[in-house]
Design a protein around this ligand. Structure first.
Ligand SMILES: Nc1ncnc2c1ncn2[C@@H]1O[C@H](COP(=O)(O)OP(=O)(O)O)[C@@H](O)[C@H]1O
Ligand SMILES: [Mg+2]
Length: 270
């Protein structure tokens, strides 16, 4: 038997002396399996997130369609009917006038005036709901103030607005905040059974921070987030998503019997 050459000890092809290397190989294989498992887990999480985002997007689109349908119905059933009714009234007034029946003609003219006025008010409501013109002209705070006054009248929930944002923000930021506060208040109206709600706007460096807080019955946030998505309700999710898309942060705090608070802040550059 001849001694192996000196170099054999480090020859990678020599299995008799390769123990340390196979250990390294095993360790690195194990490491790779851990990586692969982490990667698979991360991938599955990403896929689940993507599926949730897609579901949410579908729901946002169908919510938009529902809203359009509702507005179309409002215009069709209310405004169009009123205008059609007015046309008939005009024909009637014309006939009465021609016959010289002035007193009933004048009476119908009065009724005509009233329905035109109602149609104008209704159209104004629909337009305001679509996009309040004052949001562009006067800005977020006066528009929100107007909205909150109407909210208080309609719901009997007492509303307090405090604003420390001073100057106007970009149209994107003002619209976003207006819509998010609206969404939060729709929930207060629908679910909270509250007596008071406060809306607070604050400028913080390069952010606008908003807090909407009610003293209603409260809810379990995690449960609500899970179950609402399952039944196709997107209010809270859409608040979170829209704040996230704008580069902001959102926090929902509530517990049964303890009211509900939504805090979010969005960059002024959003
Ligand atoms: N201010 C609130 N007070 C009490 N419960 C609330 C409030 N906001 C949200 N919730 C609860 O969270 C759920 C999810 O809200 P949301 O996502 O807006 O869907 P939706 O309003 O269509 O039910 C509501 O069904 C309600 O149970
Ligand atoms: Mg809602």
């Amino acid at each position: 038997m001849t001694d192996p050459p000196e170099s054999a000890a480090t020859d990678p092809r020599d299995w008799t002396t390769a123990a340390p290397q196979s250990l390294t190989l095993e360790a690195s294989l194990e490491q790779q399996m851990i990586y692969a498992r982490d990667l698979a887990r991360a991938f599955a999480e990403l896929e689940a997130k993507e599926a949730q985002r897609k579901r949410l997007l579908d729901q946002v689109i169908s919510a938009q369609e529902d809203e359009r349908r509702r507005i179309a119905i409002d215009i069709h059933d209310e405004v169009l009917q009123m205008l059609g009714f007015n046309l008939m009234k005009i024909d009637l007034i014309e006939r009465l006038w021609v016959k010289g029946d002035y007193a009933p003609a004048l009476e119908h003219l009065g009724a005509l005036r009233d329905t035109i006025e109602s149609a104008i008010n209704l159209l104004r409501d629909i337009i305001t709901e679509l996009r309040p013109p004052s949001l562009d002209v006067q800005g977020l705070v006066p528009t929100l103030d107007e909205y909150l006054k109407r909210f208080q009248r309609e719901t009997d929930v007492e509303v307090a607005l405090t604003s420390r944002i001073g100057r106007r923000q970009s149209s994107t930021v003002e619209t976003l905040i207006y819509r998010l506060v609206q969404e939060a208040l729709v929930n207060t109206r629908k679910h909270a059974n509250a007596r008071h709600v406060t809306v607070e706007l604050r400028a913080e460096d390069d952010r606008i921070a908003v807090t909407v807080s009610d003293d209603g019955q409260g809810f379990v946030v995690d449960d609500a987030l899970k179950s609402s998505l399952a039944r196709g309700s997107i209010g809270l999710h859409s608040i979170i998503e829209r704040v996230g898309l704008a580069g902001g942060v959102c926090e929902i705090e509530s517990a049964p019997g303890d009211g509900a608070t939504i805090r979010f802040s969005v960059p002024t550059t959003a």
